[in-house]
Write a new protein. Sequence first.
Length: 406
Amino acid sequence: MKTNRRSFLGGVSTAAVLAASGTAFAQKKYDNGATDKEIKIGHTNPYSGPASSYGVIGKAETAYWKAVNERGGINGRMINFITKDDGYNPSKTVEVVRELVEQDKVLGLFNTLGTPTNTAIHKYMNQKKVPQLFVATGASKWGQPKKFPWTMGYQPDYHTEAVIYAKHILANIKDAKIGVLMQNDDYGKDYWEGFKEGLGKEIGRVVKHVTYETTDPTVDSQVIQLKDSGANVFFNISIPKFAAQAIRKAADIGWKPAQYLNNVSSSVASTLKPAGFENSQGIITALWLKDPTDKQWDNDPEMKTWRAWMDKNMPGANQADGNYIYAYSVSFLIEHTLKACGDVLTHENLMKQAASIKKLRVPLLLPGILVSTSATDFYPVQSVQLARFKGETWSLFGDIMSAEGS
């Protein structure tokens, strides 16, 4: 209301009002990265390097914020989304994140991708007390609010996902002899530790465990070793580039184990199509998002809304790539969180609102999965459902299973 304050208040000066009525004028509060007109959000993504298939996530998130700004921003503020390429290289991540925090002075980081890359900035972000929100990795360490109060995950954690695979193998595969391919870093080790926990006293069923580095050209030799071990189960802990190579190589050498694929490589477009649909039949993974290639969602209102959004904001993009679904869902969550901050755009309030989400329906999560967080629970999404690859898409089966934070 733009009433003349002097006449409205019977001649009392504006300065006196400001002094006497702090509550009415002290509601806005800002840290670095926020003003009356703008909110700066920082982001890193591997637009280049071995994990570049995830680059579409950053592109979709850029398009998401552009669309938000076109409809007026958040509480009247435009989102300045600053995204930088780290090539999935931890040392590069450190470099660009320092730029984002110390030069660009962002309010917080959002959905920075990769376990080794987020690990490299984990302590730094917490020392700086700048939010590191909804990171794009399922490592279980992102849910430690006492030790790292400025870092929060998003997706179900790798450890629990691997426990689920181990228990499914023990329950369904007679005389299982397991071969494991693992990326040799914190991401791979998190899955491996969960898998061993799930196997328990049956850990001896692992007959071969091989690793690869992201700098390796292929994993062909590792897959040959796994076949030669006599394994009849293959647990594939790798990012899309190497996951696709491994599936294809197994087929090329005539190895036909029961295959389990980590969720991070479940994209039909990024992994299964390059591997060859004929080579991917029967592979099992754990899903928590609706798959855009699954016909059961064709008439689903959320999927229809997403497709219309994609048609408008990312024309020509491959809608078979589940990474776009991921990007849209997590962007919705951070938008919700920023709206909840109101005019108190401080680092502390951003974390407080992120840790105060109650049974929120985030578009494109599987039915029955809601997002909840608290000051002691930094696992926003805590459930998965198993799926088997049939034809050219995933087919869900079994019940929704809860993950570590629940």
